[in-house]
Ligand binder design. Structure first.
Ligand code: GDP
Length: 433
């Protein structure tokens, strides 16, 4: 179902309004500062139309200053939403904090319903009318407290909503994280899966109401359920003489399509093969988060290990950002390192750098290391923004074409500063002519 984000600064009555919308049964717990709410998405329905409410009250991020924090929170919510309810306290009017949200909302091309809250009686009607000036259309006077006006607001809201959410990804993020184990035949994929699953195979009933592919498997690791993609394909012991490579590639690609993070399994003692390189490239092309796992470490003689680490460093320079773990699928050695690596990679994959923070970083970097002058011209970066997550993508607005070396420099520094361990990142330019 489509997602509706409820945004607004603290104390405008977001929670009361959310409770009105979703009904008492699954009511939001009151805001306690410093406490992160455990739920973000709530199911709701109006005029027979189901939708999901994204409550942003508990989304706390480490940003300086309240205004920036509130705006950043709102920005994240708006990103995932198909429509936005912007809640303003009509009795107070527009504050500086509201302004920060207003600026962000104007840039977001999403339907926006303006809720003028705390219009508890006739005397506040005029306050609500004063909000016309925001340019978000009719300010719906509501009283979260009395429930007054909510019906009209919801009528217009569901009219504006598309049938389906354009942002399925974000919603499924609530369910088990989806992992694809990829690697060439005989590298140990099936052994790893068996070792991980062992007695921990999760029962599908634990996730009632979800439909999932029988080729996938749910595995409970450290108390958290993970969904391993296309395990039927991994377990099927097929060694076709010809064409198998091609079908294996198709299968890998299909698994990556449905996964959020890939574990690329490699054989520690074997040199990097062409097939390994192709598989890694497939993961990079898919934009998924990535963890590199070097298997069959038990076969290695102690003396060789240091040399091998150095070789691996060299071979994997171009994906040095991916977490690496050394394991033995056979003995289970280091298998407990997999979950932390997956979590790191997924966190990076979903990271959003607040626009302010991003621009102060780029500003300082560019001041210290300006783009070289070419033909009397020196392109400048005017503004940077993160256009998406999963994986993080950035847009640089520039006054000229940045040469590849400089773009690489910016990318490297961005990684150095913000991390993104385990996630690819992408930078594109928009050049002002
Ligand atoms: P898959 O084709 O990638 O699924 O590979 P399998 O899991 O079927 O493993 C291929 C072979 O490697 C089997 O004979 C396994 O027993 C063996 N193997 C897998 N992992 C390890 C490991 O960590 N150490 C050792 N010594 N052998 C392993």
């Amino acid at each position: 179902p489509p997602v509706v984000a409820i945004v607004g600064r603290p104390n405008v009555g977001k929670s009361t309004l959310v409770n009105r919308i979703i009904g008492r049964r699954q009511a939001v717990v009151e805001d306690v500062s410093g406490v992160t709410r455990d739920r973000v998405f709530y199911d709701a329905e109006w005029n027979g139309k189901p939708f999901t409410v994204a409550d942003t009250g508990g989304w706390e991020y480490g940003v300086k200053g309240l205004d920036a924090k509130v705006a950043d929170q709102a920005e994240r919510a708006v990103d995932v939403a198909d429509a936005v309810v912007f809640v303003v306290d009509a009795t107070v009017g527009i504050t500086a904090t509201d302004e920060a949200i207003v600026t962000m909302l104007r840039k977001a091309r999403k339907p926006i319903i303006l809720a003028a809250n705390k219009v508890d009686g006739q005397s506040q009607e005029a306050d609500a009318a004063g909000l016309w000036g925001l340019g978000f259309g009719y300010p719906y006077p509501v009283s979260g407290l009395h429930g007054r006006g909510a019906a009209d607001l919801l009528d217009s809201l569901v009219d504006e909503l598309p049938e389906e959410s354009a942002y399925k990804d974000v919603l499924t993020a609530q369910g088990p994280r989806r992992v694809a184990i990829v690697g060439r035949p005989n590298v140990g994929k099936s052994s790893l899966l068996n070792n991980l699953a062992g007695a921990n195979r999760a029962v599908v009933d634990e996730l009632a109401g979800t439909t999932r592919d029988p080729v996938d498997e749910l595995v409970d690791l450290d108390g958290q359920i993970w969904e391993f993609i296309d395990t039927a394909g991994i377990r099927r012991r097929q060694h076709m003489a010809s064409g198998s490579d091609y079908y294996a590639s198709l299968r890998t690609r299909a698994a990556l399509d449905r996964a959020e993070v890939a574990v690329v399994l490699l054989e520690a003692s074997q040199p990097l093969s062409e097939q390994d390189v192709r598989i890694i490239q497939m993961v990079l092309d898919s934009g998924r988060a990535m963890v590199l796992a070097f298997n069959k470490w038990d076969l290695l003689h102690e003396d060789r290990r240091d040399d091998l680490e150095r070789e691996i460093d060299l071979d994997f320079q171009h994906v040095a950002w991916a977490p690496r773990i050394n394991i033995s699928a056979k003995t289970g050695w280091h298998k407990n390192r997999l979950v932390p690596a997956l979590e790191t990679a997924l966190d990076s994959w979903e990271t959003r750098i607040p626009t302010g923070q991003l621009n102060s970083f780029i500003g300082e970097l560019v001041a210290a290391h300006p783009h070289p002058v070419r033909g009397g011209k020196q392109p400048r970066i005017l503004f940077a923004t993160q256009s998406s997550t999963r994986p993080p993508k950035f847009i640089l607005f520039t006054t000229g074409f940045l040469e590849p070396g400089y773009r690489r420099f910016i990318t490297n520094r961005l990684r150095q500063y913000f991390g993104f361990q385990g996630s690819p990142i992408e930078i594109t330019m928009r050049v002002r002519e």
